[in-house]
Design a protein around this ligand. Sequence first.
Ligand code: FES
Ligand code: FES
Length: 185
Amino acid sequence: MSKTSSTTLQRGERRRITVTLNGRERTGYCESRDLLSDFVRHELGATGTHVGCEHGVCGACTVHVDGVAARSCLMLAVQAEGRRVDTVEGLAPDQTLGDLQRAFQRHHALQCGFCTAGILMSCADYLKRVPDPTETQVREMLSGHLCRCTGYTPIVAAVLDVAAQRNGCSDGCSKGSSKKEPEHA
Ligand code: FES
Ligand code: FES
């Protein structure tokens, strides 16, 4: 059998994997034990993804895998082979901020910014699934993230603002904050 069998890697041996990163096919090398967070940062150069706890707790490393928010510190890079991975850089193609990022800017929803990339990725995914959330729902979604600076209030305001704008409420009013909270939010 070949020394470089595709199923048995020697310690320290690196494997070539290809992902679609922010819409572009990218190839890099990683060991079987390498985390997706380290692969996108160090091998593919997408350093917008931050790494905090490396235990799945802080949410800083959140990316999208096949369109769904995922902790990249809880996934091995080899598990992403052939899949679509989107990072915070993908929210601003052509260096133009998207509406969610502009809302964060308007509401000063970040201070040091360390947590922000992950929070943006979670919010982007969440707003696709829940386009008109209540404040309670936004806070519940954000409970998966640790921010040591903002106290969360401006982040919540930014998310409700962008939801309102997407729903055609141009004066900044939030449908989410005015509608009745669901019984099982
Ligand atoms: S670094 Fe992944 S959840 Fe904290
Ligand atoms: S803005 Fe500093 S940790 Fe969130």
